[in-house]
Design a protein around this ligand. Structure first.
Ligand SMILES: Cc1cc2nc3c(=O)[nH]c(=O)nc-3n(C[C@H](O)[C@H](O)[C@H](O)COP(=O)(O)OP(=O)(O)OC[C@H]3O[C@@H](n4cnc5c(N)ncnc54)[C@H](O)[C@@H]3O)c2cc1C
Length: 510
């Protein structure tokens, strides 16, 4: 961090201490960047971040990212929460997610199709709580030296060729870079010159905690009705989808007991009585994405970069993936160890994944609408999901197992997350990734490959050894985000490795 006349210049300012801003800050600080997070909310504790509203399903890439940085064990896995979508009626079979509310059962999924994923694989999905995720990430960020200011919002941003200034009322801060992680209504996106393109909502969604005078009038579980959908995940917790084109959500009218009762009666077709409304929030299926994630020194990540309906629970996972992808690339750019074009790969890798998730949520909404066409399609999709191939395909998408980047190279592992290989001494590879460095994995224990790793200084560490189930590979180059940049099943060739490494790491002549 450098001092100027009036300001300390941070390497990176992050707007928003949500899960994405916090995780990105951890990645940057791990790579020795100075980071300031500016968070609008005075207190990190909101009831909407706690059970049951704050429950979030983490998919395989998020679980791996947290695991690789030694953070997964800090989440209380032993208290793993039951999916809110698994209802009393469905409790006999283990539900593994859903598509448009159509349940997906674990016993119908053929995991053997993901051969490269399997050795020592971590969990494919688990439920956690926003509050817990943010608590764990805040603790880690602060331990790594990240400064977090709370209680004042960024109101404007301005950039020159060398720095970015953020305005907080009459205060301002300067950074070399700014990353907008300030959620769906991002001020950084709005004032930073980004276009946010997409589609308008079909419905207003309600998440409510209520007391119902006559609960027997509502069915348990998820119910598609002629006018919408209501879900009673457990007594007193009701989620509703009202296909009003998102009108109520955008009206900013207060969410009253009377209003929720009126909507619930209309959607459920009953005269149910809500005697008390304890907590409520609304959301929509508006699906928009920034057309570019970078405008010179300003970048976007998480909900600031893309919004969509929470159906199928992908937004947090998408945002954590952005942070894992961006952190090491921005740090390398700051430390001048980034090869030409490295930072541009944040856009080229993450934008298509975001677009896929938006389409995934649109497809779900399309078959949840009231009306005969959507219901007919829904019935067909339900039949397909009940087949083994259908369930396996949907699980691969919902669990994030299909997520990969299209990188150059022929080996089938390239562009995919590295399997959690286990060394003969019992150490899993993921445990060696806490420091966020790239890895040159050499299972042939070749001295020239070790020397090659040294050419990249502390960007790359050489790891050799014997692996229990190595899927045929002899060597692999693994990026700091755990993505395989290069791999071979043959005798590794130093020229091939140098060519692959030069795309991601800077050659440092010793
Ligand atoms: C009902 C519901 C269920 C969901 N379930 C899932 C799920 O199961 N799985 C999943 O992956 N996702 C789920 N999501 C989506 C997920 O919650 C979001 O995608 C995720 O919270 C995005 O994280 P973020 O850090 O990008 O943004 P946020 O969590 O919105 O954090 C943004 C932060 O920026 C701060 N901020 C805003 N403006 C400013 C400003 N001007 N200056 C400074 N700070 C500012 C805010 O106070 C906030 O702390 C769900 C969403 C909803 C609504």
């Amino acid at each position: 961090m450098k001092a100027t006349q009036n300001h300390l210049i941070h390497d990176v300012i992050i707007s928003g201490a949500g899960p994405v801003g916090l995780f990105l800050a951890c990645e940057l600080a791990l790579a020795k960047c100075s980071v300031l997070i500016i968070e609008k909310a005075e207190s990190p504790h909101s009831p909407l971040k706690q059970f049951p509203f704050g429950i979030r399903g983490l998919s395989a890439p998020s679980i791996e990212a947290l695991y690789r940085r030694g953070l997964l064990q800090e989440l209380e896995l032993h208290k793993r929460l039951k999916s809110p979508h698994s209802t009393i009626a469905q409790a006999q079979r283990k539900q593994a997610g859903h598509f448009a509310g159509i349940p997906l059962y674990e016993d119908n999924i053929d995991t053997t199709q993901w051969a490269y994923r399997l050795p020592g694989s971590t969990e494919t999905s688990l439920m956690s709580e926003m509050k817990e995720i943010e608590t764990v990430l805040t603790r880690r960020a602060e331990a790594l030296g990240v400064v977090i200011t709370r209680g004042q919002a960024i109101t404007n941003v301005h950039q020159t060729a060398d720095e970015v200034t953020v305005q907080l009322g009459d205060r301002s801060f300067k950074g070399k870079w700014l990353v907008g992680c300030d959620g769906s209504r991002s001020v950084v996106r709005k004032t930073g010159g980004f276009e946010f393109a997409g589609t308008e909502p079909e419905f207003t969604g309600y998440s409510t905690q209520v007391t119902i005078a006559d609960p027997e009038k509502l069915k348990p579980g998820r119910n598609l009705t002629p006018t919408g959908m209501y879900l009673q995940s457990q007594p007193g917790y009701i989620m509703i989808q009202d296909f009003d084109g998102g009108a109520f959500h955008s009206s900013e009218e207060p969410i009253t007991r009377e209003h929720v009762q009126e909507v619930l009666r209309r959607i459920s077709g009953t005269d149910v009585t809500i005697s008390a409304l304890h907590l409520a929030t609304t959301w929509t299926d508006r699906a928009r994405q920034a057309t570019t994630y970078r405008n010179r020194r300003i970048l976007l990540a998480g909900d600031a970069a893309h919004i969509h309906s929470p159906l199928g629970g992908q937004g947090l996972n998408l945002g954590l993936g952005d942070a894992m992808n961006l952190g090491w690339k921005l740090a390398a750019t700051i430390h001048a160890t980034a090869p030409e074009g490295l930072l541009d790969t944040y856009q080229s890798e993450r934008h298509p994944i975001g677009a896929e998730v938006l389409n995934w949520s649109r497809a779900q909404v399309a078959i949840m609408k009231p009306g005969p066409d959507a219901r007919a399609l829904n019935a067909i999709v339900r039949d397909l999901i009940n087949t083994r191939d259908g369930a396996t395909y949907i699980a691969g998408r919902v669990w994030g197992i299909h997520t990969h980047y299209n990188l150059d190279g022929h080996h089938p592992l390239i562009g995919h997350s590295v399997p959690n290989f286990e060394f003969e001494n019992g150490t899993p590879l993921g445990e060696l990734m806490h420091d966020g460095k790239g890895i040159l994995l050499d299972l042939t224990m070749n001295a020239s490959i070790k020397a090659l790793a040294d050419e990249y200084g502390n960007q790359l560490k050489y790891i050799s050894g014997s692996i229990k189930e190595r899927l045929g590979i002899t060597a692999a180059l693994i990026r700091p985000d755990g993505i395989i940049a290069w791999a071979t099943d043959k005798e590794p060739n130093c020229n091939d490795i140098r060519k692959a490494a030069g795309r991601w790491f800077k050659y440092i002549l010793k």
